[in-house]
Design a protein around this ligand. Structure first.
Ligand SMILES: [Zn+2]
Length: 166
């Protein structure tokens, strides 16, 4: 967390207090550059464990930001993104854990994003699941197509080999 006075990129926690109801943590921080102090309040109900091992509070805004790029040029509105972020949060909270791995968030995004827009889903999945070749795209599209046919009850399209690579 950077210093709000001098924008120094780091700060030191000098005191940390949990609110009476236990739902938030108030931290007193000090900037090592200008030595000024400031306070941050962090809700502790749902934390994300990042790959680095650091934790941060879950943020719907970050979910929407993470998905927005994949939706460029697609008929997806800001309301759609907000709703998707809400669904993701509900999914993660229903798992009952106070801490979630960053990787699980990506997984929780894939489902509702696929319902929202299949092209955006493929873009997001290709980054998240580190697609390396055309074959990876083909496999994902094959799964999408098979599931769509199942949903629509139409099995007459070609290339409907439903073999999953997962
Ligand atoms: Zn400072």
């Amino acid at each position: 967390m950077h210093c709000p006075f001098c924008r120094h990129p780091d700060s030191r926690v000098v005191d940390s207090r949990t609110s009476d109801d236990g739902s938030s943590i108030r931290r007193r921080r000090q900037c090592p550059q200008c030595n000024r102090r400031f306070t941050t309040v962090e809700t502790a109900s749902l934390s994300v464990v990042k790959r680095s091992g650091a934790t941060e509070p879950f943020s719907r805004e970050k979910i929407a930001n993470g998905v927005r790029k994949a939706c460029q040029g697609r008929p997806v509105s800001e309301d759609d993104l907000a709703l998707l972020a809400q669904k993701v949060e509900e999914t993660l909270r229903s798992a009952g854990s106070a801490e979630i791995d960053a990787y699980e968030i990506g997984l929780a995004i894939l489902g509702p994003l696929r319902e929202l827009d299949e092209v955006a889903y493929l873009r997001f999945a290709s980054v998240y699941q580190a697609f390396e070749s055309l074959e990876d795209f083909e496999a994902a599209i094959t799964v999408l197509r098979a599931e769509r046919e199942e949903r629509d009850g139409q099995g007459d399209e070609t290339g409907s080999d439903a073999a999953s690579t997962e």
